[in-house]
Structure formats: structure tokens, C-alpha cells
Ligand binder design. Structure first.
Ligand SMILES: C[S@@+](CC[C@H](N)C(=O)[O-])C[C@H]1O[C@@H](n2cnc3c(N)ncnc32)[C@H](O)[C@@H]1O
Length: 180
């Protein structure tokens, strides 16, 4: 087991834990099994959590977390639910492990959602995007997101990509965006 060079979700958690100073509002843009949501709910005063799958939202609602607002809708509609500034948005793209692989995040809605998150992001805030290219839509999505994040103005946003150098080209990777 690697301590650092392993799971990209853990790397995202470590970065948020270490560098994100504002601990008020977080958004989990892909709730799924709720691991990221648990992480965020333990550290932020309020967490908005989106998933298009009813089962994911219903399952998480059983945890009765008072600071988590569960939203059964696509993350590209986040501006219909959130009007305040956010400190963090997490994206863990793709499909639910062990679930229906046809219910996956999609290029267009993911880029639209990231664009909207960036507008809400407070100064000093972070967006983490775990990208999975091992399936067809994931490959398209990866290309669309890469194209979008590389055009972000460097005077406002720092963008880094953490990828494995010695794994095959389909290995997942992590994009980190920090707002100045
Ligand atoms: C890889 S899983 C997320 C894993 C999750 N963060 C966790 O900690 O378990 C991706 C999730 O994104 C959800 N999803 C797909 N398209 C979506 C969309 N447009 N808006 C919100 N969630 C979406 C899927 O239903 C799936 O549950």
C-alpha cells in the first residue's frame, strides 16, 4: 500500500484538509456512496450533495446528517440551489462502483457544472476533480474537462493535474483548481 501515491480521492481529501482555510460551505457534486460527503460533513459547516440517482440520495439520507443538504438533481443545476459562496467543490466523476455503469457523469454537464462551481468559489477555495478515463464517456469527459481547465485565467486560478507516471494511460487522475 502506498501512503501518498495511491487513491486519488485520498489525495483530494489531503489537499482539502491541508490547504482549505474556509470551512463553511462545501459541495459534493457526485454523492455516490457518500465517502466524500462523510469527509466533507465532518469538516464543513454546511454541505450540499448532488446525485441524479434516487438510491444514492435515499441511502445517504438515512445517516441523518444535519449539516448535509441532499439534492436529487444534476450538478449542472447547482446554481438553482446554491447562491452563497463556496469553499470547496468535489467531483468524483464516472459511475457508481458496483452500480449501473450507464448512469455516469457526462462531458457537457460536468463542464457546465465546473464552470458554475468556479463562479461560486470563494477566494482561497478549491475544486477537486477525480477523472476516470477507463470507459468511453470517461475518455470524452476527460478531454472536454482538460480543454476547459487549461483555458482558465492563470491570474485567478491555479490548476494542477496529478497523474500516475508509471501506470497505463487509462489510470484515473486528479485535477486541482485553487482560486487566488
Ligand atoms: C464515482 S461515483 C461518486 C463517488 C462518491 N463521491 C463517493 O464518495 O462514493 C459518481 C456518482 O456521480 C453520479 N452522477 C452521475 N451524473 C451526475 C450528475 N449529472 N449530477 C450529479 N451526480 C451525477 C452517479 O450517479 C454516481 O453516484
Amino acid at each position: 500500500m502506498f501512503k501518498y501515491v495511491g487513491d486519488i480521492s485520498n489525495i483530494a481529501h489531503n489537499i482539502i484538509n491541508t490547504y482549505c482555510e474556509g470551512r463553511e460551505v462545501a459541495v459534493d457534486c457526485t454523492l455516490g456512496n457518500g465517502f466524500d460527503c462523510d469527509f466533507l460533513s465532518e469538516r464543513f459547516s454546511k454541505v450540499y450533495a448532488f446525485d441524479i440517482q434516487k438510491e444514492a440520495v435515499e441511502r445517504y439520507s438515512q445517516k441523518n446528517k444535519l449539516n448535509v443538504l441532499l439534492i436529487e438533481d444534476s450538478h449542472d443545476n447547482l446554481d438553482s440551489y446554491i447562491s452563497e459562496g463556496i469553499d470547496v467543490a468535489m467531483y468524483n466523476l464516472g459511475f457508481l462502483p458496483g452500480g449501473d455503469k450507464s448512469i455516469t457523469t457526462k462531458s457537457e454537464s460536468s463542464v457546465k457544472s465546473i464552470e458554475k462551481s468556479l463562479e461560486l468559489l470563494k477566494s482561497g477555495g478549491f475544486i477537486t476533480i477525480a477523472v476516470y478515463t477507463g470507459h468511453e464517456e470517461g475518455q470524452r469527459e476527460s478531454e472536454a474537462i482538460h480543454k476547459f481547465v487549461t483555458t482558465l485565467p492563470k491570474s485567478i486560478f491555479g490548476v494542477m493535474i496529478h497523474s500516475f507516471a508509471n501506470r497505463d494511460s487509462k489510470a484515473p487522475y486528479l485535477i486541482i483548481i485553487e482560486k487566488k
